[in-house]
Write a protein that binds this ligand. Structure first.
Ligand SMILES: O=C(O)C(=O)CO
Length: 406
């Protein structure tokens, strides 16, 4: 027998569960007032394997199993015969901001996907059907008009960890739950922080330009980088991503300082050798690299301004993998032009992309990447799977994995 999937929950009932009931955690629903009958469930692939595995188990225990209901993660599931898949609104498939084409096959096993275009063309029918929004990279844009038109909307699953693009109060006023994918993105985003730190300190972009330019002298003595190994790193925002950066920095034998709303547990600090700075100023004054990995909130908006940049060492580099608005960008341009700090490495800016004539694009001591912290194939797939799980759990009335709580 094929082994069952992880996280399988099965309830067996001698009657079919009421129509519309999906998998249930906890006690089975009350029996229906109709006599027991044998029902055929249309299940395929791993769902069937899970069911037959449990059916056998219950038969062995002398139960007559007529309906076997299961809910499981990461498994192919086909609904009961005749029962519709949940209608889920997406912006579009493919293109610049669309759901990835190679995710569609998976998604369509779980949902009836409705693109924005389709929705607008057939609003009367679809507005009552849609119970979830799958928000892939900030699309579709959510506003009051859309929320008003979707009376049965239960959940908005947003890709990535940042939720600064969402009005949580508005969503909650429509009783819509929100989920994100913080754990799926943390490893890659931490890697990106390290990549930016190394690229900036060792002048990788300039080095590349030098290497491909036939006219430039190759090893000028004044063209040296700074060491990452052994240097001090100040992490502002020690959440999942910040902590993963610390784990990586430990391998580079860096001195790690961090500033966070709450101090981490002692054992977590000692595992990476991180020292807590209650005051951000202390971290700014002592760090060779300052890495920003905070969420963008009203409290962190322009957290790093002229005053904070002036507190940093003139040899320091600012790395931003959080959100552009955490930094006062005008103040940063000025600080970089006047060598108040040495350099900046930014995966995020505002706006994104920057206008082509923006001064940040002209400075040699800046490297910029186009917000690619989580941009790997594996991570994007995991994000999509996490979003699917959250929608399914929410529609089944179960606790929602990665629910964003206000
Ligand atoms: O997940 C997010 O919000 C990111 O910006 C990752 O880079």
């Amino acid at each position: 027998m094929t082994p069952c999937q992880e996280h399988v929950v099965v309830t067996c009932e001698h009657r079919l569960l009421p129509s519309g009931t999906r998998g249930v955690w906890g006690p089975p629903p009350p029996p229906l007032p109709t006599p027991p009958r044998c029902y055929h469930l249309s299940l395929s692939g791993s769902a069937l394997q899970v069911c037959s595995c449990y059916a056998l188990l219950f038969q062995l225990c002398n139960y007559t199993v007529t309906a076997c209901y299961c809910l499981f993660r990461f498994a192919t599931m086909q609904d009961m015969e005749g029962q519709e898949l949940p209608y889920v609104l997406i912006d579009r498939i493919g293109g610049k901001h669309g759901v990835y084409e190679d995710h569609v096959e998976f998604l369509e096993k779980h949902f009836r996907l409705v693109t924005m275009k389709e929705y607008l063309e057939n609003k009367t029918f679809l507005s009552k059907k849609i119970t979830a929004i799958y928000m892939w990279y900030y699309k579709p844009v959510i506003n009051e008009e859309l929320l008003q038109s979707l009376p049965n909307l239960k959940i908005l699953a947003s890709s990535g960890v940042g939720i600064d693009h969402l009005d949580l109060n508005l969503l909650s006023s429509y009783s819509v739950k929100v989920s994100n994918t913080p754990f799926a993105v943390s490893t890659d985003t931490a890697d990106m922080g390290m990549a930016l730190m190394l690229a900036s300190s060792r002048r990788l972009v300039e080095g590349y330009q030098l290497a491909v330019s036939p006219d430039t002298e190759y090893f000028p003595a004044d063209w040296l980088g700074a060491e990452v190994s052994g240097a001090s790193l100040g992490i502002v925002g020690m959440g999942t991503i910040g902590y993963k950066v610390a784990e990586r920095a430990k391998a580079f034998e860096m001195k790690i300082l961090y500033h966070n709303r709450n101090q981490r547990k002692k054992e977590e600090e000692s595992a990476v050798g991180a020292i807590y700075c209650k005051k951000i100023d202390d971290l700014l004054q002592q760090s060779d690299f300052v890495l920003l990995s905070v969420n963008l909130t009203p409290q962190t908006r322009k957290l790093i301004g002229k005053r904070e940049l002036e507190l940093m060492k003139p040899t320091a580099t600012l790395i931003n993998i959080s959100r552009g608005l955490v930094v006062d960008q005008d103040a940063l341009v000025e600080a970089l032009q006047n060598r108040v700090i040495k350099a900046a490495a930014l995966d995020v800016t505002y706006p994104e992309p920057l206008p082509r004539d923006h001064p940040l694009l002209k400075l040699k001591n800046v490297i910029i990447t186009p917000h690619i912290g989580s941009a790997t194939k594996k991570t994007r797939r995991r994000m999509m799977e996490n979003m699917t799980e959250s929608i399914e759990a929410s529609l089944a009335g179960l606790p929602v994995p990665n629910e964003v709580l206000q």
